[in-house]
Design a protein around this ligand. Structure first.
Ligand SMILES: NC(=O)c1ccc[n+]([C@@H]2O[C@H](COP(=O)([O-])OP(=O)(O)OC[C@H]3O[C@@H](n4cnc5c(N)ncnc54)[C@H](OP(=O)(O)O)[C@@H]3O)[C@@H](O)[C@H]2O)c1
Length: 252
């Protein structure tokens, strides 16, 4: 393992090639490479939790933030729990610039503006959106009306040069920050229009113990994102952290 610097400079080169041959692996192939994964908004519970799980699986994570200090603090928190982790703090821009797979883990409220500002560094990259545009009123959670249909499609429109995939919408941040095998019974529903990018994300899900399920085109995010409102509503009623698992799929 490499040392754990608390920041990366834009001029330093990634230690791991995260692109290239991965894009041409057949979907059945195991994920053989360690990925270097950037996080936009990696200081929040969801970004931090996903980063922790990815780091547990041996991937290297660059925690992005609008504040380098906050990013470094989160990277330190991950390393404190997982001393072997390669977890580094960076600005959002550097986290995106230095990696080939970037998870967008910010609230929908800041989504369009943030993605637009990062468009140059996201070009050509795999952009994984777990953003759930949700609202809450007196009757509970609901899916917000999104002009593009979904946050993932909005990201795709704003960054047409990037390869947007929707995934990890339904895993609870609290569960992600846990140790042990608390998540393998949940599926990761993955949607996107770029099959090779989707394959990388399906394999990433598998590398952290989940079954990844290809649910189709990026526009399926219109269903995946607001489906989270159902889970939140169930969680409140049953005092639990529900997830998603499909039945009827081939077992291979
Ligand atoms: N929490 C969950 O259980 C869960 C589960 C599935 C999916 N998700 C989705 O994952 C995303 C992140 O969830 P979260 O609970 O981690 O959210 P969060 O804590 O509200 O925000 C995550 C991070 O985004 C940055 N941020 C906040 N407002 C921003 C803005 N206006 N513009 C740019 N960056 C902003 C902040 O980082 P800095 O201040 O450090 O920049 C913050 O730490 C959301 O879209 C959510 O729907 C969450």
């Amino acid at each position: 393992m490499s040392p754990h610097p608390d920041s990366v400079s834009p001029s330093s080169s990634p230690e791991v090639d995260t692109g290239g041959s991965l894009r041409h692996q057949p979907s059945e192939a195991p994920l053989e490479k360690v990925l270097e994964i950037g996080f936009i908004g990696g200081t929040g519970p969801q970004g931090k939790g996903l980063a922790y799980q990815f780091a547990r699986a041996g991937h290297r994570v660059l925690i992005g933030s609008r504040s380098l200090e906050r990013a470094q603090a989160t990277a330190t928190e991950i390393r404190a729990r997982l001393p072997a982790a390669t977890a580094v703090g960076a600005t959002n821009e550097t986290a995106a610039a230095k990696t080939q797979v970037i998870v967008v883990a910010i609230p929908y409220a800041g989504h369009a503006e943030t993605v637009r500002s990062l468009r140059p560094v996201l070009a050509g990259k795999i952009v994984v959106s777990c953003v759930n545009p949700l609202g809450f009123d007196r009757t509970g959670p609901f899916g917000l009306a999104v002009p593009d249909g979904s946050a993932a499609e909005e990201a795709g429109r704003i960054t047409p040069e990037s390869r947007v995939v929707g995934a990890f919408h339904h895993v609870s941040a609290v569960n992600l920050w846990r140790d042990g095998d608390t998540l393998s019974h949940e599926d990761i529903l993955v949607c996107g229009d770029d099959d090779e990018a989707k394959t990388v994300v399906l394999q990433l899900a598998r590398s952290v113990g989940h079954r990844g399920v290809d649910v189709g085109a990026l526009r399926m995010a219109r269903i995946l994102e607001p489906l989270t409102a159902v889970l939140v509503s169930v969680n409140k009623r049953y005092q639990t952290r529900s997830g998603v698992a499909l039945v009827g799929l081939p077992t291979s």
